[in-house]
Design a protein around this ligand. Sequence first.
Ligand code: SF4
Ligand code: SF4
Length: 86
Amino acid sequence: MTVTTRCQGCGACLLTCPERAIRPHGAPLLVLARACTGCGECVEVCPVDAIEFTTPTAPTTPARTPATAAAPSATAAPSAPRSVRR
Ligand code: SF4
Ligand code: SF4
């Protein structure tokens, strides 16, 4: 979550947050990324749409590029061995 400069400092999100992840800091307020669970309740109550939904703590996955898209998946059947022992 990111509180943008549209924040008017009304405190509605701060009172709504079940994790107390939003801290008063004038306007805009601060969202403690470690405490935020991403429930979105603060976004719902903000009267000026000042909170943007971001997931900085979410696990990152590599961007899907043409190179990675063409790579064989981990679940693909194993390929034949390159050489055979005799
Ligand atoms: S998304 Fe939920 S936990 Fe995170 S700051 Fe908003 S109300 Fe709090
Ligand atoms: S509800 Fe919106 S305007 Fe009010 S303090 Fe939170 S971010 Fe700022």
